[in-house]
Design a protein around this ligand. Sequence first.
Ligand code: AMP
Ligand code: FE
Ligand code: FE
Ligand code: ZN
Length: 300
Amino acid sequence: MSIDMHIHSYYSDGAYLPEEVISLAAKNGVSTLAITDHDTLLGIQYLYKNSKFVLPDMEIIPGIEITGKVFKGSMHILGYGLDIYNEDLINAMKKQREKRIASLIAICDYLKKNNNIYFSSEEINEIIFSERSIGRPDLAKLLIKHENVETVSEAFSKYLRKAYEMTREEVEKGLPYQECFELIKNAGGIPVLAHPKTLELDEIEFLKLLKEMISCGLMGMEVYHSIHTPTDIQYYLNIASDYGLLVSGGSDFHGETVKPNIQLGVTGRNKNIVLDNLSLVDELHNGLYKILKKNNSYFN
Ligand code: AMP
Ligand code: FE
Ligand code: FE
Ligand code: ZN
């Protein structure tokens, strides 16, 4: 049985409802998993409210992927084993939602001015008023619907990456990493740097940032990820060991319609790495999460 610590559901930009994620995990032999939606706990809260969906021999670790504030590349901070009803975290994610709305509107304005692409207010409102954590994948779906592109990845490469780059200074939707760590830790969770490769930093810049992050409370790094090559994995494993970081990993599964070729439970770019052991999971089992679980604070 295997582990997948990075999965998205319908509640952010995933194609599947949490219960569908669970069925897929069971089918793929995954026994420990974390739902890590972007800037929202709704998916995992939904699952805990509907505990009938949770299979008895499957462990669901509460998680989140918070968008960090950077002006180049992307920084995502994963949080694991946290209290999904923590008020400060919930309030901070409500603010993230406001920023996501502002960013989405800025991107729509950019597409209108620069690409002559118009979405109706009904189409935009449908996205904005949904309860999910919204983002560029919602606009990718509109671009497909309007036949501007055929796939989500084409929507990103042709329009959304540029539109985001051009608007992000004005409406940056991330939270400084110090705040991400504080929110996660105050909710009893473990902060982990997601897919470090997307920071797009050279080695010197990366190590400098990592040291600063560790001094601010970073505890782990996502070494195994579906965009990391075997060389990347070895590189990040060495760094995690040198800096005493917990090792994590996951597929970053979103579903075939959003990110094709990424399978739940299968990590690694060459699609043949199945994780059965991670120091992050051991730490979760030995720490606070275990206590919360034993006291039945989650499923009831
Ligand atoms: P946002 O949250 O608005 O910054 O959008 C980022 C999300 O879009 C990521 O979490 C990915 O799921 C998705 N995404 C980014 N680039 C691509 C791509 N090239 N193809 C498909 N999905 C992408
Ligand atoms: Fe995503
Ligand atoms: Fe991410
Ligand atoms: Zn992710």
